[in-house]
Design a protein around this ligand. Structure first.
Ligand SMILES: [Zn+2]
Length: 371
């Protein structure tokens, strides 16, 4: 990432944090607000040969080494899946294991990687400007890795600084949180976020739709737009409520099952919000169907929450999407709402959507535990 690509609200927070002392920061807040970008801007500034109050110079050997992912004094601790997404190299052994298909890339921060990080923090700085450890997303440490990090945080070897970034800081060990200075990520205002998205090459009308779809989180909006053909997600988002009312499965064809469940969750939220007199957050009010009863919509929300837990491992993604759309159609269509009829409600009185929920879970495999 070059210095010029940093969003203005990230630049402002970088300046603010650099003005304070601290050897360990915990950046916390919901996803999509730039936790990783801010963490990277901090470590670039810490290790830069010519830092200034706004941060790293962007041109020195240290900045260049970070840009090409080969800085000897920077240790990046991430799940392997995230490292691959963000272009960080894995250790030789980890890469060989994955290439040889001995195992898949881990979704957690592995114990091996943490051991390497502890050893790294005890070494002498190669470039003489101290060392930095970046942990992201920090909640992906299990108890063993978190305890190993805790020991290093409690007795930092001197010239090493830490930055932990997390979308779910409440899941971290309290002892880790208490060893760090906390920083709550700042929400950018809408106009600044739209200007930034347009600067990333997104057309203005699409930027507005995508930012709304992402609940105002600009980096999530950018990721969403990049995960499909240009402009396709914005158009699909606008069309989604009516497509679900029609039971049109093709509306979700460009989305992963996880994106589909997330989108339906947001649709459910907005239909419920309007039903109870509040404003929608993710869609335009004019695009939303009236929806079934509050009880039906609440049951749909519960079913979607259950689907979220297994959506990463669908046994048959096509069938799963069909089940999700059928469930959505029943919940958002006022007149064709099967579950609101008294006969069906009697049959499934405790949980009207339990049939749909069971059928979706039947199509999923349990989530494996990766250590
Ligand atoms: Zn520099």
């Amino acid at each position: 990432m070059s210095a010029t690509a940093v969003a203005p609200w990230i630049a402002a927070q970088t300046r603010q944090l650099l003005a304070q002392r601290g050897h360990a920061w915990l950046l916390a807040g919901p996803s999509g607000l730039g936790q990783y970008s801010l963490a990277l801007a901090l470590v670039r500034a810490w290790l830069c040969e010519h830092p200034s109050s706004p941060g790293a110079c962007g041109t020195c050997g240290s900045c260049h080494a970070i840009d090409v992912r080969t800085h000897a004094d920077l240790c990046v601790l991430m799940p392997e899946t995230v490292m691959l997404e963000l272009g960080w190299p894995l250790s030789e052994k980890a890469q060989a294991d994955i290439d040889d298909k001995k195992r898949k890339a881990s979704k957690e921060i592995r114990v091996d990687a943490m051991r390497d990080a502890v050893e790294f923090s005890q070494r002498t700085s190669a470039r003489g400007r101290g060392k930095a450890v970046l942990v992201f997303p920090a909640e992906r440490m299990n108890n063993i890795t978190a305890n190993a990090l805790l020991k290093t945080l409690e007795e930092p070897p001197g010239d090493v600084k830490f930055v932990l970034a997390s979308d779910a800081a409440h899941q971290l060990l309290p002892t880790i949180r208490s060893r760090c200075l906390g920083h709550s990520m700042v929400w950018p205002d809408t106009e600044a976020a739209l200007a930034w998205l347009e600067g990333q090459g997104i057309a203005p009308a699409q930027a507005r739709v995508l930012l709304r779809a992402a609940g105002g989180r600009p980096e999530d909006a950018l990721l969403f737009s990049q995960s499909g053909p240009t402009g396709s997600h914005a158009q699909a988002w606008v069309n989604l409520p009516k497509a679900m009312a029609r039971g049109d499965v093709s509306a979700l064809k460009d989305w992963t099952p996880a994106q589909a469940v997330d989108a339906l969750h947001k649709l459910c939220h907005d239909v419920l919000a309007v039903k109870t007199g509040a404003s929608p957050r993710f869609f335009e009010a004019a695009d939303l169907p009236a929806g079934g009863s509050v009880a039906t919509l609440t049951a749909w929300a519960k079913a979607l929450a259950a689907a979220t837990r297994t959506v990463e491992h669908p046994f048959n993604p096509g069938l799963m999407l069909e089940a999700l759309v059928s469930q959505a159609q029943n919940a958002v269509s006022e007149k064709t709402n099967l579950y609101s009829s008294s006969v069906v409600t009697k049959t499934h009185s405790a949980f009207p959507l339990s049939v749909g929920l069971a059928s979706i879970n039947d199509l999923c495999l349990p989530i494996p535990t990766v250590i």
